[in-house]
Design a protein around this ligand. Structure first.
Ligand code: UN1
Length: 497
C-alpha cells in the first residue's frame, strides 16, 4: 500500500469532493508508487480560493517582518529535513541526490532571503508640490495568488513563488505538478508547522487541465505565477487576462554555451557536461546548444564525446550515479522524437540517440546522453526546446557569428560564453539576448537572491528571485497627507496664485 495524500484547504487535510485519485511514481523504478494523491476538480479549487480569500482579511494586516518570521521558521525546518526531502524528491522526480539536495538548498536560501525582505519591502516617498503636504508610496499585497509549478524543481520553484508571495501579505492556492506532488506536500506541511495561519496556504492536487484552469479562470484569484512550457503559458495568459489577473510566466528556453578559440577548454567542458546532462537536461536553464569556434571544434568534440559517453546513468539514490531518468514515458518519447527529427534534418548523431536499457535501467525512463554535431541554425533541434539530455552542436567562424547564432531562437532565458578575452566578455554581456548570462560558467546555477527570468518567448517581463519578485507580488499604494488645514488643489493652486 502506498501512502495516501490529501489536499490542504482552510487548515484541514481533506480528500477531493469526487474521491478520485492519481498515482505518483518513481521514474527510475516505475513499479514503485511514491503515493496516491487526490485528483481534484473545480469544486476543490473553489473551496481553496474561498479559504484564501477569507484568510487574506487578517494575513494582510500581520506586519511584514512577522510574516517573514514564519517564512524563516519554514526555512529552518527545511534545513532540519533537507536530507529526508532530497531523498523523497529523488524518488518522485529522478534527479540525483546531489541535485535534489541543491534543490532543497535553493528553497532554504529563498526562505532566509525572503524573510529578510519582510523588514525591507521599501516604499518610496517624494516631496509634494504643495506646502504642508506629504506624499507617500508603499507596497500592499495583491490578494489571492495562484501558484502553478513544474516538476523539474519540486522545492526550489514552489518556494521562489510562495515565500515572497506570503511575505508580501498575499494568500496562496498552490497546484504543484502532478509528477511531483509529494515534495510539494512536504513544503505545505512545513509551512503549517512553522505557524502559518489557517487558509493562508492551500494545496490542491491534480492535473493542469482541470485544477490549473480552474485557478486561472477563477474571478477571485488576483494573480497567477506559472512556470512551464511556452504553449501552456500563452493559453494561461489568454484565459487569465479575461479576469485582468496579473500573471508572471517563466517559460521555455533554448540556452546556448559559446566556446571561443581562446577559452579554457577544460573548464568549458565541465560546464557543458553539467549544463546539458545535469537534471537529465530537464531544466529551463539547461544547455541545449553548444556553439563552438571552428578552431577548437575538433579537439573539443573529442573531449566532449569521451566524457559524455562515460556518464553513469541510474537511480539517483545510488552513489556514483550522475544522470537520472526522464520524468515519465511521455517525456522520453518526446526526447526520442526530437532525435528522429535531428536525424531527418541531416544533423550528425555522434553520441546516444536511444533509450538507455539493460539491467535496472529497464525499470525506468532512461535515455542516453545524446549529442548532434553539424547542426545548423535553422534546424528544429537548434531552435525548439527538447527538455531532455540532447545537445545540439553548431560551429561558427567568429565571435559576432557566435552571438548571432545564440540569439537566433525565440527564447531568451540563460546563456554562457567561455572566453578569456575581456573585450569579448563585455560585448557578450551587452549583446546576448537573454535574462541571464554567465561568463565562464555553465548556463545553470542561478542564485536565490538575484533576479531570474528571460526575455522574448521565455516570459512576459516579470522576474522571480531577488528583490524583483516583490514587484510582482505587491501593488503600489500612493497616499497624500495634507496637514495645511485648507483644501489645496494640486496643479491649480501650485502655479495659479
Ligand atoms: C528551472 O530550470 O526552471 O539556475 C530553474 C538553475 C537553477 C534553477 C533552474 N538554480 O539552473
Amino acid at each position: 500500500m502506498s501512502e495516501k495524500f490529501q489536499n490542504y484547504i482552510n487548515g484541514q487535510w481533506v480528500d477531493t469532493k469526487s474521491g478520485r485519485t492519481f498515482e505518483d511514481r518513481n521514474p527510475a523504478r516505475w513499479d514503485e508508487v511514491v503515493g496516491t494523491f487526490p485528483k481534484s476538480s473545480k469544486e476543490d479549487v473553489d473551496e481553496a480560493v474561498k479559504a484564501a480569500r477569507a484568510a487574506f482579511k487578517t494575513w494582510r494586516l500581520v506586519p511584514a517582518p512577522k510574516r517573514g518570521d514564519i517564512v524563516r521558521k519554514a526555512a529552518d525546518l527545511l534545513v532540519a529535513r533537507k536530507e529526508e526531502i532530497a531523498r523523497l524528491m529523488t524518488r518522485e522526480m529522478g534527479k540525483v541526490l546531489l541535485e535534489t539536495r541543491g534543490d532543497v538548498q535553493e528553497g532554504i536560501d529563498t526562505g532566509y532571503y525572503a524573510a529578510t525582505e519582510g523588514r525591507r519591502l521599501f516604499g518610496m516617498n517624494a516631496p509634494s508640490e504643495l506646502p504642508n503636504k506629504m506624499n507617500l508610496s508603499f507596497r500592499v499585497p495583491i490578494g489571492v495568488v495562484g501558484v502553478v509549478t513544474p516538476w523539474n524543481f519540486p522545492m526550489a520553484i514552489p518556494t521562489w513563488k510562495i515565500f515572497p508571495a506570503l511575505v508580501s501579505g498575499n494568500t496562496v492556492v498552490f497546484k504543484p505538478a502532478s509528477d511531483t506532488p509529494a515534495t510539494a506536500t512536504m513544503l505545505v506541511k512545513i509551512l503549517e508547522e512553522a505557524g502559518l495561519p489557517t487558509g493562508v496556504i492551500n494545496i490542491v492536487h491534480g492535473g493542469g487541465g482541470e485544477v490549473g484552469n480552474a485557478i486561472v479562470e477563477h474571478t477571485d484569484v488576483d494573480a497567477l505565477s506559472f512556470t512551464g512550457s511556452t504553449v501552456v503559458g500563452k493559453k494561461l495568459s489568454e484565459v487569465g487576462s479575461r479576469t485582468l489577473k496579473r500573471i508572471s510566466l517563466e517559460l521555455g528556453g533554448k540556452n546556448a554555451q559559446i566556446v571561443m578559440d581562446d577559452a579554457n577548454l577544460d573548464l568549458a567542458l565541465d560546464a557543458v557536461l553539467w549544463g546539458a546532462f545535469g537534471t537529465t537536461g530537464q531544466r529551463c536553464t539547461a544547455t541545449s546548444r553548444l556553439i563552438l569556434h571552428e578552431k577548437i571544434h575538433d579537439m573539443f568534440m573529442k573531449m566532449l564525446i569521451n566524457r559524455a559517453s562515460k556518464l553513469r546513468l541510474g537511480d539517483g539514490l545510488l552513489p556514483d550515479v550522475e544522470v537520472g531518468p526522464c520524468i515519465n514515458e511521455g517525456q522520453r518519447e518526446r526526447v526520442h522524437s526530437y532525435v528522429e527529427i535531428g536525424r531527418q534534418e541531416g544533423a550528425k548523431l555522434v553520441l546516444g540517440g536511444e533509450a538507455a536499457t539493460g539491467g535496472d535501467l529497464d525499470l525506468g525512463w532512461f535515455y542516453k546522453p545524446t549529442i548532434f554535431d553539424g547542426v545548423t541554425p535553422a534546424m528544429r533541434i537548434a531552435v525548439e526546446e527538447i527538455f531532455g539530455p540532447v545537445l545540439s552542436v553548431l560551429t561558427v567562424k567568429s565571435f559576432e557569428e557566435a552571438v548571432d547564432v545564440l540569439n537566433g531562437t525565440s527564447y531568451g532565458l540563460s546563456s554562457s560564453i567561455f572566453t578569456q578575452d575581456v573585450n569579448r566578455a563585455f560585448r557578450a554581456m551587452r549583446d546576448i539576448e537573454a535574462g541571464i548570462t554567465y561568463i565562464n560558467g555553465a548556463t545553470i546555477g542561478a542564485e536565490a537572491h538575484m533576479p531570474f527570468g528571460g526575455v522574448k518567448q521565455t516570459g512576459n517581463g516579470h522576474r522571480e528571485g531577488g528583490w524583483t519578485v516583490f514587484d510582482f507580488y505587491t501593488e503600489w499604494k500612493t497616499v497624500y497627507v495634507d496637514f495645511s488645514g485648507k483644501l489645496q488643489k494640486a496643479q491649480i493652486d501650485t502655479y495659479n496664485q
